[in-house]
Design a protein around this ligand. Structure first.
Ligand code: FE2
Length: 532
């Protein structure tokens, strides 16, 4: 119900009449009373303006049998004046006497006479007292109404703050390096669409990484969107270019003041917030909110929320990028070391790569998980890295080794261990490098470990290593025939080698044979990239 109606009903209850309402500023009549003569407009208009200025109830006109009461009412930001005539004396005896009252009431003498007959008589003092009481009650009501509105607003704001905190908390719960930035971006967009009063949202991830073909960075711009996104992927890039946000980290907000201009090139975009996904000086992309649902302007509340999400996504992208760079660095180191081993011992070129693949095949046969397969692959590539420290004359000797030469070559597991031990990122391969020449019966080296004391991945590598060594041709001898290799393994199971690994060897015999005949492949450290 309109506020004026509510006030009128209230005044009617107290005074028993309905009132006429005036604009306190202009003195114009806003609403005439239905049951009462409204009064003479020309006469009353300046009077109500004076009452509005004084802000006090007042009897603004008085005549022998009646008066007009004026009440100033504060309504939001304007003052409205309520007026009504009241009978204050006895009725006149003849109609001629009603001329003056009729003028005051703005009606005919007949109607003025009829009016006096319907009225209860008041004293001016009781009218004024009632007016003061009524005004103070209305002002209390008004204050209560204002406080209720305030509480509603605070409650709305609290509930939206709660939603925002939940959203940010949810995002931080997903800040794992294993979640891709696109997965996290997708999550953020869907949550934001529920919280922000916008029609659509988009994220544009910029390419990362370098031109190196083996780099796993993002090669092309990637766009995600939810809701009604008014621009295509390519237009989003134009938008960012057009806004010339470049290196700036602050959120950019455009409302109709900007978008209504003739030179604004994206007519479907009425309101817009653009925030960078930034970590330090690095910008990994942009998150954008489009078009306010109620066509209002976006404000600081929306911009700050989007900024917080942009910062979280930026930090996550920064971490992923750092992790990628580290992984690629480790890959390069391992590749360099593998090339160094091959260069040192050209007779066995490709041995490390084959041992790595054979080990993965055996481990997979034994039910090892992907992390172990990845580790074993890297360990296979590096297992003989210690040979870099062995004399060329011994390593490349075509014939049989002397005892002293054999003792020298037996140093390579420990040499390898010492070469790699400072590299934190690949420390997990150290047990394989150190123990790949131990034997099940304890007759191996360097520590003569027995049975399961030798780490499982080293026991697996030992079988892969022996299989490749026996099967491959050397300049001074041909590779052994398959039957002989198999016979040696059967004989050696439970003596030189772990019987469980030998079982896996025979179970995966065909696949292992295929690996030996394969061309040397590109090094790819995530076995999921090349395992079928
Ligand atoms: Fe070795």
């Amino acid at each position: 119900m309109h506020r004026l109606e509510l006030v009128n009903r209230e005044l009617q209850t107290w005074f028993g009449v309905d009132f006429t309402y005036w604009d306190g500023e202009t003195g114009e009549m806003m609403r005439a009373a239905e049951m009462q003569p409204p009064g003479d407009e020309n006469f009353l208009s300046p009077m109500v303006r004076a009452v509005a200025a004084k802000k006090k109830p007042e009897i603004i006109a008085e005549q022998a049998v009646a008066c007009i009461l004026a009440l100033p009412l504060a309504m939001d930001s304007v003052t409205v004046i309520a007026t009504s005539p009241f009978l204050t004396g006895d009725c006149y005896e003849s109609e001629d006497e009603y001329q003056g009252l009729a003028r005051l009431l703005g009606t005919t003498p007949e109607r003025a006479a009829a009016w006096t007959r319907e009225q209860h008589s008041w004293t001016t003092q009781s009218l004024e007292r009632m007016a003061r009481l009524q005004l103070s009650k209305l002002s209390v009501d008004e204050e209560a109404r204002r406080l209720t509105n305030e509480i509603d607003k605070i409650s709305d704001s609290l509930s939206s703050t709660y939603e925002e905190i939940s959203l940010l908390y949810g995002l931080t719960q997903n800040l794992r390096i294993s979640s891709s930035d696109e997965q996290l971006g997708d999550l953020a967009l869907n949550w934001l669409l529920e919280v922000l009063p916008c029609e659509g949202l988009a994220i544009q991830f910029l390419p990362t990484g370098d031109d190196n073909v083996s780099s796993k960075g993002r090669r092309e711009t990637k766009t995600l969107s939810v809701g009604v996104c008014p621009l295509e992927a390519q237009q989003l890039s134009h938008l960012v270019q057009h806004l010339n946000l470049g290196e700036k980290g602050a959120p950019f907000v455009a409302n109709q003041r900007i978008t209504a201009r003739e030179e604004w090139p994206f007519p479907k975009v009425r309101q817009l917030i653009v925030v960078p996904l930034a970590e330090g000086d690095n910008i990994f992309g942009w998150i954008m909110a489009f078009n306010h649902c109620e066509n209002k302007g976006f404000g600081t509340v929306e911009a700050s929320l989007l900024s917080s999400v942009g910062a979280i996504l930026g930090i996550h992208s920064g971490n992923i990028e750092l992790y990628r760079q580290q992984s690629e660095f480790v890959t390069s180191v391992v590749q360099a070391l593998t090339s160094a081993i091959d260069a040192k011992d050209p007779y066995t070129c490709g041995h490390s790569d084959r041992v790595a693949r054979l080990s993965v095949c055996l481990a997979r046969q034994m039910g090892q998980d992907t992390d172990s397969l990845n580790l074993l692959y890297m360990a296979g590539l590096l297992h003989d890295v210690g040979k870099i420290g062995i004399d060329d004359s011994v390593l490349r000797k075509p014939g049989r080794l002397t005892d002293a030469e054999y003792e020298h070559i037996k140093l390579h597991p420990e040499l390898g261990y010492n070469i790699l031990k400072g590299l934190k990122q690949i420390e997990k391969v150290l047990p394989v490098v150190l123990h790949h020449h131990e034997q099940w019966d304890g007759k191996g080296y360097p520590y003569k470990l027995k049975g399961a004391d030798t780490p499982l991945l080293a026991r697996i590598t030992a079988v892969a290593d022996a299989y490749d060594a026996m099967s491959s041709d050397r300049p001074y001898r041909k590779g052994m025939p398959e039957e002989k290799v198999d016979a040696i393994f059967r004989e050696g199971a439970g003596h030189q080698w772990d019987p469980a690994v030998i079982n896996a060897f025979f179970a995966a015999r065909d696949e292992l044979r295929d690996i030996l005949s394969e061309e040397r492949a590109e090094i790819r450290f995530d076995v999921r990239d090349w395992l079928k």
